[in-house]
Ligand binder design. Sequence first.
Ligand code: AMP
Length: 281
Amino acid sequence: MKIFRERKAFQQAMADLKRTGKRLALVPTMGFLHEGHLSLIREAHKHADAVAVSIFVNPIQFGPTEDLDKYPRDFERDVRLCEQEKADFIFAPAPEEMYDSNASTRIIEKSLSSGLCGALRPGHFEGVCTVVAKLFNLSGADVAVFGEKDAQQLRVIKRMVRDLDFPVEIIGSPLVRDTDGLALSSRNRYLSEEERKRALVLNQALFAAKQAISRGGLAVAGEVAEAAEFEIKQRCDKLDYLKVLDSDTLQPPDANSREIIILAAAYFGKTRLIDSIKVEL
Ligand code: AMP
């Protein structure tokens, strides 16, 4: 496994690899890897001859009051895990290497990113789209794998790729949960034992809502959303949103909706967690 710190060296090596006719998959991450990330690497191997994992805590997707400085990092452990999963390359640039000091170009997706996390984290998806576009250009990957954990992000990236004709196929990979049901996240590291126990309300409320909608269909979606919101509010410190939406459009579901997605974001202590679950209609 080869580790790159410089973008030109990474770009050159990936171009050389692609000239030999190999298919390349990219797995973008912010590191502090867990089983959720590893499932993406395994998925990536199914679609390509070589897998590159990027590890980069992207400063421009964090708001001024967010957790950029304390975001958990453990590069040596990440390297070991990537090796275990037989990743071929790691791209781990420093922020000053990734962005020129007077970088002034951003990519803005204007529809799917406007609600949910986008409404509460101004500039977040702009930062995500910009870094992901750079990673696509640097790697020249044929395929890139993203987790359903970040459901809105996955849809925003797919839209960006379609709208801007990036020659890359986007694969969505299922959300991986801990044994108790909590969605795996690098940010779970921040939770105290007591907060972590309370955080289980997120997945429990989403699963209950899924069951109710599977039984009762869209007709019960409104009351189910209210009940889930009530449940989560009982145990979290602040609810950002609980929404039942069309899984493709992230708009309120209608008669044409084939699948819906129930999404939630809430604070437990100072830690903001997101979770989501899909329901086929
Ligand atoms: P992050 O390092 O949190 O930016 O995540 C990097 C990638 O891993 C994103 O595509 C995430 O959606 C994905 N990911 C994070 N947590 C999980 C999880 N629990 N299950 C599946 N994918 C995940």
